[in-house]
Ligand binder design. Structure first.
Ligand SMILES: C[S@@+](CC[C@H](N)C(=O)[O-])C[C@H]1O[C@@H](n2cnc3c(N)ncnc32)[C@H](O)[C@@H]1O
Length: 414
């Protein structure tokens, strides 16, 4: 059943396919992000245990103008990975943009299906090993029904990469949405609403919280599509960590990882031993909820989940045959760019996270290429004088720090 907000939502994405993309730009860059980077899917969903030769059947539910679809399909093509990516969305104009982008890239591993993810059980698309649902569930009238439809389309051993809005980092957004609903009600034509919103932004008092929130920029940099999605959306509901965890559990799924894990670890912000004594007894969700409330800057949550009924597939870092890779193969750049004190400076939406790395980090970064195994890297470094026990001690520390930054993964073999 389509309610009024659903109809307005359909009109929005027909008028303004999201995000705003020019197919010509595919010739010069690939948009990458989370969820659904192939290295993340391999690692967080399959624990790098699913053979690289096994065809991957992926679905991008609510694919929009194609960012997630193109990234995954392109990364599969570059790595010679068998399988395909199904783009599914209700918006015909988003489909046009996504198809044009795929054409520029000459990708032939994408299938385009126009329809609602709520109808998945009757669409006859079969079961999927991986499902992306990025920025979609929080617009549905019943997000739980949406996630259940996705969970029901997973093949055994499969998993889902989700993105939903989070409230604290969107401070100011909902106040302005409220103001704009009063000035430009959702039943007006999308273009008329955009015009009103632009006028309002020009005159917005400096005390409006969105003016003080520099981390939200879609209304400034995302064209009309970005402005509409952020400020005029007929329905968007943000999730705190506990609310997201309940949504995931309710769909028969298990939360495997929140990206980036380091942001969800309260100990990152609380070095005080008396405080750490209190966080030590908390479970993963309570810790993540605390980190969310402490930092106040999370505007989205990205979560990888697997079926609760399936055994957990943990990456096995203890196996010397395991092959590590950095997310964007940035090993050489990290090796040369790491500051002399071996502390990697990282910033998340204005929040600095100094990441102390072990002494051998530079030498290891220079050798992590997604091809050599941990054992081979150890051999190579032993040949230039690094005792194995020193290598394995430092590698474990490098692994711990870079994995929780969502930058270092194990790659599947076979
Ligand atoms: C904010 S956009 C996100 C697009 C894309 N996932 C991304 O992150 O770039 C939301 C998309 O969800 C689609 N959508 C909304 N409800 C849907 C439904 N019930 N079934 C399929 N797609 C839907 C919209 O048409 C729109 O393209």
């Amino acid at each position: 059943m389509i309610d009024r907000a659903d109809a307005a939502l359909a009109d929005q994405y027909e008028a303004y396919p999201y995000p705003l993309r020019d197919p010509k730009d595919e010739a010069r860059r690939l948009v990458v992000g989370s969820p659904s980077h192939l290295a993340e899917v391999d690692h967080w969903i399959f624990g790098a245990r699913r053979p690289a030769s096994a065809p991957l059947r992926a679905l991008v539910a609510g694919g929009g103008s194609g960012d997630g679809t193109l990234m995954l399909a392109q990364q599969m093509a570059w790595r010679g990975r068998a399988g395909d990516v199904t783009w599914l969305d209700r918006s015909a104009s988003a489909r046009k943009v996504a198809m044009a982008r795929a054409e520029v890239r000459r990708l032939d591993n994408i299938r385009f299906v126009e329809g609602s993810l709520l109808d998945l059980p009757s669409l006859g698309l079969g079961a999927f090993d991986y499902i992306d649902c990025c920025g979609v569930l929080h617009h549905l009238s019943d997000p739980a029904a949406g996630l259940s439809a996705l969970a029901g389309s997973l093949a055994p051993g499969g998993g889902i990469g989700l993105m939903v809005y989070a409230p604290h980092g969107r401070t100011g957004v909902y106040m302005l949405q409220d103001a704009l609903r009063r000035l430009a009600p959702p039943d007006e034509a999308p273009a008329a609403r955009v015009e009103i919103a632009r006028r309002v932004w020009k005159h917005l008092p400096d005390t409006a919280w969105l003016k003080r929130n520099p981390w939200i920029t879609d209304h400034l940099k995302g064209g009309d599509a970005g402005l509409y999605d952020l400020l005029l959306n007929p329905r968007d509901q943000a999730y705190t960590v506990p609310q997201l965890a309940a949504l995931i559990e309710g769909a028969g799924l298990r939360l495997r990882c929140l990206v980036e894990p380091v942001r969800y670890d309260p100990d990152t912000w609380l070095p005080d031993v008396r405080l750490r004594a209190r966080t030590a007894g908390m479970d993963m969700i309570a810790r993540a909820a605390l980190a969310e409330a402490l930092t106040g800057n999370m505007g989205i949550h990205v979560a990888y989940c697997t079926r609760a009924a399936d055994p957990v597939a943990e990456p096995d870092w203890s196996d010397p045959a395991g092959v590590p890779r950095l997310r964007e193969n940035e090993g050489p750049a990290l090796a040369t760019g790491l500051p002399a004190d071996d502390v990697l400076p990282v910033t998340f939406d204005g929040l600095r996270v100094p990441l102390p790395l072990p002494r051998l980090a530079r030498a290891m970064f220079g050798r992590i290429d997604g091809v050599r195994s941990i054992g081979e890297i150890a051999d190579d470094m032993a040949a230039s004088g690094t005792p194995r026990e020193v290598f394995f001690r430092d590698f474990e520390e490098l692994r711990r720090q870079m994995e929780r930054m969502n930058r270092l993964f194990l790659t599947p073999q076979g």
